[in-house]
Unconditional design. Sequence first.
Length: 284
Amino acid sequence: MTDIQRVGVVGAGQMGSGIAEVHAKSGFDVVITEVSRPALDAGKARIEKSLQRGVKNGKLSAEDASAALGRLRFTTDLADLADRDLVIEAILEQEQAKVDVFAQLDKLVSRPDAIFASNTSSIPIVKIAMATSRPQQVVGIHFFNPVPVLPLVELVPSLLTGDDTARRAEEHAGALGKTVIRAQDRAGFIVNSLLVPYLLSAIRMVESGFATAEDIDRGMELGTAHPMGPLRLSDLIGLDTVKAIADSMYDEFKEPLYAAPPLLLRMVDAGLMGKKSGRGFYPY
């Protein structure tokens, strides 16, 4: 356990609920917030289902699952995060929304040494940090989906992040059993800078009629030993999230390979977000 004991998570969606779950299982006191009671209830149900699955698969005892759930508190009031040592933002991948949340947290969180972290997968951390009066305490802690399963965390200090903040954040991620890699504060960081152009290339293949989604995925799974093909992976990530990451990277670098293909734009416009909406490149 690190000097961080009380953790807040803003957002109870797929990522936020996973981040809250791994903290609770690791013994941390967790407060998780959402903008509405239905969204909060959905997040709680998602965590409960994940814990039950862990018990069923023999990866977690019923007692440990119950104890983890007991460490979680659910609220719609950001002010309930006032006493947190660390607050992790995990809302939608939209810069202005994140900036607004950090501006509020800066006023609400009373601990002078509190760390403010963003789980953003693409937005430069310094843009978010400048919404606060303490940018030296803002850092990127990027988890990967599904959070309870994937062991990686990208640690992203900005130009203004203090050395002590980065050190404490890295130690904290290690206390969760995660492996930490450090990335520079540029859109996409390490993993998405490599992954997203690959996903977009696969989408362009489908768009042009070059190959079917099934054959593209089968080719990458059987020909390169990928556990999941790029179109099914895009569906799992969420096509709206893939688009948001691509937009952020294109805004920063203006590289054509980072531009979202028209097919992706139209699917997002149509609400075909992938697995979470029931349909993307595949039906669910």
